[in-house]
Each structure stands twice: as structure tokens, then as C-alpha cells.
Design a binder for this molecule. Structure first.
Ligand code: DX5
Ligand code: ZN
Length: 230
């Protein structure tokens, strides 16, 4: 497990007036992937950013850093092609608006290199999403109510991570487990310990005065937990 690879900063907490500098800074800190939160004002009440901003930053940085797109929109199937056309190959949809498997199967057939993610909100029981998982490459456990950065981690979210990890082993599935919301030096290690592969980090990462230390703290606390002395 490479420590910089675990953390996926959510651009939502960046300073948008310095977007270029913020991304250059992530690259300097060896971050491998940026989480791009798209909010439509309907699925969640906030509006964040969409295709035009994604296009600009994707085209500028695509050879130096990866992007994953988290669609918090009411009808994501309407937007997905637009993100694919720009170049995105890692897109996550919400279970709560997921209605037609065939759409996702067709996408997979049309774009075999597309990584499909399934996100689920805190009110959705983890058991509900399990049958859909063979279709997906990633599952995004929302550990806050979707809609904004800076909220506290919902305690017990790690139990969902554990359940997913057990299910993945039992069924011999390969999806990755990503946790999104309220991740810091305490909640991050807890999720990793329970089987998470990646952590989306907004405010904790962007507010850190020392970003290397912020990344190290998550990783080192996880290692301590593994050795039973944290
Ligand atoms: C919430 C978003 C998250 C959020 C994470 O709807 O999906 O990605 O920006 O921010 P923090 O880490 O501050 O909770
Ligand atoms: Zn997100």
C-alpha cells in the first residue's frame, strides 16, 4: 500500500481561485488521483462544478494525475457520456438513483476501460447494494450525507466497509472500496483497518498546513493500528 496512493483529495475543498496551483501542489505531494464532486442542485441541494471545469483541468493535467468523477446528480446517465467524451474513465454513480442495470452494462460494453463506481448514501443499508457489485469496479461508501465538504464522519461507517470487504472475499470479487466524507487522521486509519483501499479527503487535506504530514499521519496511524498500539 503506497501512502500517497491511498488519499484522493476532493477538489471541492480547494481554493477555486487558484485551481491550477492547487493541482500543481497535489502533484508535488505525489498525489495520484483527484476526486471530482459533481453536484446538480437536485440530487443534493448544492451546485458544485461540472463538465466545463472538468474539461479544462482534465486536458491540462491528464498526463500527470488521474481523476475520478463522483456524480451526485439526479439523472447521471444523462451526464456520463459528456464526461467520457472529455476523457474520464473513472465515474461513480449513486445507488439511490440507479434504476436500470442495462444502461451500465451498455456503458461497460461500449467502453471496456471505463471504471464504474457505485456510491451509496449513509441512509442506504449496505446489504441493499451487494447484489449490484459484480457490475462495478469501485464502491464509494459515503461516510457523510452527500452535498458538502467539512462534515464530521458518521460513526459506524467503517462497519459498512468491513461488510463490503467480507463480501468481496466471500464472493471472490475485485471491486475497490473507497470511503468519502469526514476522513482525517483518526477516521482514515479506521476505514483502512476495516478493508478500505482508498480514502477521499477534502477539508482534512486542503486545510492541512503540512500536507506531507497529513498524509503521513493517516498512513502511520493505520500502521500503528495494524500493530495494535494505537
Ligand atoms: C460530499 C463529497 C465529498 C466531500 C469530502 O458530498 O462527496 O467528496 O467533498 O469532503 P470532506 O473530506 O471535507 O468530508
Ligand atoms: Zn465525493
Amino acid at each position: 500500500m503506497e501512502k500517497e496512493n491511498i488519499i484522493r483529495p476532493s477538489l471541492l475543498s480547494a481554493d477555486f481561485s487558484f485551481l491550477n496551483d492547487e493541482i500543481e501542489d497535489m502533484i508535488r505531494h505525489n498525489i495520484k488521483s483527484i476526486h471530482f464532486d459533481v453536484m446538480d442542485g437536485s440530487f443534493v441541494s448544492q451546485i458544485s462544478f461540472g463538465q466545463p471545469i472538468f474539461k479544462s483541468i482534465y486536458n491540462r493535467f491528464k498526463n500527470r494525475i488521474n481523476f475520478d468523477v463522483h456524480l451526485m446528480t439526479l439523472n447521471p446517465i444523462k451526464q456520463v457520456k459528456q464526461f467520457i467524451d472529455i476523457g474520464s474513465r473513472d465515474i461513480t454513480f449513486h445507488y439511490e438513483v440507479f434504476d436500470n442495470y442495462q444502461d451500465y452494462i451498455s456503458l461497460k460494453n461500449e467502453y471496456p476501460d471505463l471504471k464504474l463506481g457505485l456510491a451509496f448514501s449513509p441512509d442506504t443499508e449496505v446489504e441493499k447494494i451487494l447484489p449490484s457489485l459484480p457490475l462495478f469496479d469501485n464502491v464509494l461508501v459515503m461516510s457523510v450525507v452527500p452535498g458538502k465538504g467539512g462534515q464530521p464522519y458518521i460513526e459506524g461507517s467503517e462497519r459498512k466497509v468491513r461488510k463490503l470487504n467480507e463480501y468481496r472475499k466471500e464472493r471472490n470479487l475485485n471491486f475497490k472500496i473507497i470511503v468519502d466524507g469526514g476522513i482525517n487522521e483518526k477516521t482514515g486509519p479506521l476505514c483502512l483497518q476495516n478493508g478500505a483501499d482508498y480514502l477521499v479527503c477534502g477539508s482534512y487535506y486542503f486545510k492541512a498546513a503540512d500536507k506531507d504530514k497529513a498524509i503521513d499521519d493517516i498512513y502511520n496511524n493505520f500502521v500503528k493500528v495494524q500493530h495494535g498500539n494505537y
